[in-house]
Design a protein around this ligand. Structure first.
Ligand SMILES: [Zn+2]
Length: 153
């Protein structure tokens, strides 16, 4: 009898559903939903070619980096695109976040170049050309330059 009671208590303290929901919603930030942005870009610029990709906010860091700020990464083996959660802020324009995602998505369709046994080039000429085709490319690069210090220590 006492055992049963304990079990019930624990269940109440850690309800299953909200935890699962939390895990499933890692694409949803406070200000931006990465899934919606990804789906829109995928249709618009990639003809829906990127399939079964997960697009999630990365882990929050305790401290801002001193020098290098990584906006996003793509892990093609697992099909995961991670976006730096520091971008989930109201001062970040939507078109900038779209550019960051577009850049990572482009990596999945433009092949890397092998330079030597252990050197690869990911930002190839083809990549750079296609990146510049993005409508907000110049505006986004300028915004990045002007606002980078806000993401650093
Ligand atoms: Zn890149």
């Amino acid at each position: 009898m006492a055992k049963k009671k304990k079990k019930t208590k624990r269940k109440l303290a850690h309800p299953k559903l909200p935890m699962q929901r939390h895990l499933n919603l890692r694409h949803e930030g406070t200000y931006f939903d990465l899934r919606a942005i990804f789906d829109n870009l995928n249709e618009r610029y990639f003809r829906g070619r990127l399939r079964r990709y997960k697009v999630i906010w990365g882990r929050r860091r305790k401290h801002r980096p001193r020098e290098h700020f990584i906006f996003g990464t793509i892990q093609e083996e697992d099909r995961v695109i991670r976006i730096n959660p520091a971008l989930d802020q109201p001062f970040v324009p939507l078109w900038f976040l779209r550019y960051v995602l577009y850049h990572e998505m482009l990596h999945s369709v433009v092949p890397d170049q092998t330079l030597s046994a252990n050197r690869r080039r990911v930002h190839t000429e083809e990549f750079n050309r296609r990146e510049r085709e993005f409508p907000y490319y110049r505006r986004a690069r300028r915004w990045e330059e002007e606002n980078l210090s806000r993401f650093l220590r």
